[in-house]
Structures are given as C-alpha cells and as structure tokens.
Design a protein around this ligand. Sequence first.
Ligand code: OXD
Ligand code: MN
Length: 595
Amino acid sequence: MDILKFKHKKLQEWIAKMAEMCQPDNIILIDGSEEQKKQLQEEAVYNGEIIKLDQEKLPGCFYHRTHPKDVARTENLTFICTKKKETVGPNNNWMLPSQAYKKAGQYFKNAMKGRTMYVIPFSMGPVGSPFSKIGVELTDSIYVVLNMLIMTKAGNAVLEYLGEDKEFTKCLHAKAELDSEKRLILHFPEDNAIWSVNSGYGGNVLLGKKCLALRLASFMAKKEGWLAEHMLIVGIEDPSGRIEYITGAFPSACGKTNLAMIVPPKALKKKGYKVWTVGDDIAWMRIDSDGGLWAINPEAGFFGVLPGTNKNTNPNAMETMRKNTIYTNVLLKPDHTVWWEDGDGPAPAKGIDWLGLPWKKGQKDEFGKTITGAHPNSRFTAPIDQCPSHSYRREHHHGVPVSSIIFGGRRETLAPLVFEAFDWQHGVFLGATMASARTAAQYGKQGEVRRDPMAMLPFCGYNMGDYFTHWIKMGRSMWKKPRIFMVNWFRKDEKGNFIWPGFGENLRILNWINLRCEGKVDALKTPLGYIPKYEDIDMDGLDFPRKDWDKLFVIDKKEWRKEIKEQKEFLGTFGKQLPKEIWEEACAFEKRMKK
Ligand code: OXD
Ligand code: MN
C-alpha cells in the first residue's frame, strides 16, 4: 500500500496511522473532479455497490440498497466520548475515549483488507469562509464518497485550503462487515475526531452531516459562542420584494424538507410571493456586527426522505431529484427507474424491493400486512443547486439574517397550529419542551410521543442542560433577537382527520409570522403565547372556515396540565444543569394554566 504524500504533516501522520490499523490494499485521494467521480460510479456499478438507473429518464442517477438491518440512525450505538461523563449529560450515551478507541479499534483492525481507502477532504460551508469547518473522511465505501461529493464541498480545493497546518476533523469510517452487533458511531469532541464502523446508512456514515455539523459542531459552538442547529433555513419574499428568513427545528421526518422548499398556493403566487430555499436540515447561526442572528447551511445537498414525497407534497424536491441523484432503499422498477409509496404515479405491477427481493403490487406478508416496495426511511441524495427554489444567498459567507425561529413537531392533539413566544426566554422553554411522534428516521416505536428539545435530542453533543443555558446566553448577547414561534401542522379532529391542509398552505402561517416580525399585526394573548387573529391570515384561494380555525386553537387546560407535569419531569432529568430560567418558565406556564 502506497501512502499518499501531503504537505500537511498531521494529516499525513493520521492517514498513515489509520491505514496501519485498517490495512487497505490501496489509498485514493478524492480530488473533486468530474472524471474521478465518473470512474468511481463505474467501479461501484461494476462491484454491485450501486445500480445505474435509466440514464435517459434519470441522467446521472444511481440506486443503492443498504444492509436490511442498517436502514436508519442507531441512537443506541451512538456515543459521545469525553474524559468526564457529566460533559455529555443524560441525553447522550457516553464512553471513555480510551475505551472507545480500544473497542472500535478491534472492529477497524484489518477492516479494509482487500478494499480501497478513500480520502475525502471536505468543507462544511463555503471553502475558506471563517464560518466553515473542514473535515477529512477516510472510508472504504464508494457510496459514501459519491454521497459526500453531493452533500459537501469535497476535493482538492479543500486540501489546498488546509495548507500545512490548518485544523480539521478526523473522520474515520469503515463498512467493515456491516455487522449490527459491532456497529459503533463514536464522537470525540476533545480530539476533534469521529469513528463510525459497521454501518452504511447515510446518517451514520456521511460524517460531515449529523456527526460533524451537529454533534461536534454543537460542542464547538458552545465554546465559540454560536449555534449549530437541526434546522431548515428558508426565505419568504413578499410582493414588495422584502425577504424574511426563517429557521425551523422539527424532529426527523416531520416535513422540514417540504417546508424548506414550500411552493406558494396559487393565489399567493399570483400576488408575488416567492420562496428561497437555503437549507433543509442544518443551520449554523452566529451573531453578526448588526446584533442580529445570521445563518448558513453547511451542507451542499439534500439527504431527504422519499415516501410521501410527490409532485403535490413537494414539487421542488421532485424537480431537484430528476438528475445526479442517488436513490437509496426504494423500489427498483423493471425499466430501471424508481418508485416509492405515496410518490408519483400508481404502483408498478412489479419490481425489486428495497431488500432486493422480487415484489408485486399489493403483495402481503404472512401476517397479511402489505409489503412496501420502498423502506419508510428510503432517501434521495441530490445537490441543493438543482432545487428550483434554491437561494442565491446560500454561498454567502455570512449567510442570511434570521428574523424568526420556529419549533414544531407532530402532535395529533393539544398543540395549536401556531403561537408566538412572549420573549426569547419563553421561546427557549418552548424549544426545550418540544415533543413529537417518533418517525421512521430513527429506530424505536413509531408514533410514540417523545420529547425532543429543539429537535436536537439525538444530535446535541453535550449536556442538554448546558445547551439550554447556552441558548439563554445567546439571547442576551443579541440586541436584534429573532422572534420564536411554535407550530403544529398535524392536529387532528375528533374523527381523526387533519384539520389544517398543511403543505403549501403553511405559507399563510409563515406570512403571519413575518408580519409579526415586521410589527405589522397584533395578536391574541393566551396562556400559551400569542395566537393569530383569523382575519390576519391571508386565506385568499383557500376555503377554510372560521369554525375549523377555532378547532386548531382550542386550549384544553386539563390536558395541558398533564403535559406540564411531563415537561417538568423531563426537565428534571437535567438536574442541576438545567438553567433556572427554564424551570421558572415551566412554573409560570403552570400558573397560567391553573387560572
Ligand atoms: C436526517 C435525520 O436524516 O434527521 O436528516 O435523520
Ligand atoms: Mn435531520
């Protein structure tokens, strides 16, 4: 095995050390060129890692299946490894770094024998921006390389920028045997390193994404005084041309991608409303010299959920993935195109399902349950700049100014369509007590309500009590604070039907949020926060009667009192690490609900 030559001494030494452990047959540097990408695609097709789709219908598109037991993030096998256990809090699994290196080291040992180790220098955020972070991922998977080429800025430009001694995150990944018993996703914030082994699922192996841009970045952000958040970023342009940028935190698979690419309903489009997509998953936010909060999206692509995505729910996503896209775990049609449940068009009569098995429409398993062609967490990976609504401000080093932050979840009862926090501190409390029904993006019981503060529970790389304190402090450092809102598109009526139509119609609510930020409308004060007046929502082109609107805002005090009890129990798990401000907010809320 030839070790590549780098002028960056630490990079050179680290690669040599990792190669010594993993024993690849050779090492290849990813340069970011089209030629190399094409070569790797051909090679991966040849070795069966990916399947070439019909290049006329889906130019540049490929298909991949993960191991059947490797289809979502595995939070139980994800660890933050620090010298002290208290650092990571009750929200993380913890391991001592020395133990973690030893345990994973056994799995990495000789894991790349007979394989190639790819070296991917990548930047999260524009190369050279003071706000970006650099990583180098070593991997034995071409699928990972091809995904990283979409999701990040990868290649020679990054290596150039690294020069002889710039800091980078050391990311090591090996599919190894894809053995779920030996799977480990390890983060070493004190060493700026990530080790991931025995998985091939995106969220576990595209190490720039959840591992670096959220878990490690949140750790860095606390130290450096900024925020690394699980948030979409979208700009809404009103007919006068004014753009307000909104960031929003929703748990995985709760419609963040749809909201980031929202298409205005016809009547609003006609009036001149436009949408600008900056990001659908991660926001890095800093306080700028104007005293306001500015956000960048560190990613260059989308890694979005497919089932439920179609030209009605998300036409921009459908347009984005027509070319240069990797489809993972969907149904492969006989004509070498793809299909997934609740996608476009009827189900094909037959195909090969995500498990690689012959599939027929309507096929049932031995318990009479319909076998889906695509896995519920099947995904597409596509470049952001293929999205028709992508923002031209995406590449700006300083990002975009944030006028509001929204928190949301999937609640069938209780939570109203929208309300505004009384102030920043109250808003942090709302984020801290967010809850949502579990979805297919994580292992566990689907539908069960779980608390997921700021949608960061699986991604905050340190004690969440300290994270809440950090949020409170950030508010104090800003003199132009974004307003904070809570939304819930998923409330159902007594018959179990969604009350609010959702999707594009959500723009009407985002507009109200913007009007609040611009000080153009007042609102009704409730014990939860400020709610909109029906007449302040632009309902042009939507027949949504007042009586349904009122249903969306029913406050059931008895149920809320139960909820508060649960919120307090949850906050109590952070013990003395919980900032007193959040506890005070919980008590004040309880008092308001008793009245
Ligand atoms: C994602 C997730 O893939 O949150 O974005 O799981
Ligand atoms: Mn996510």
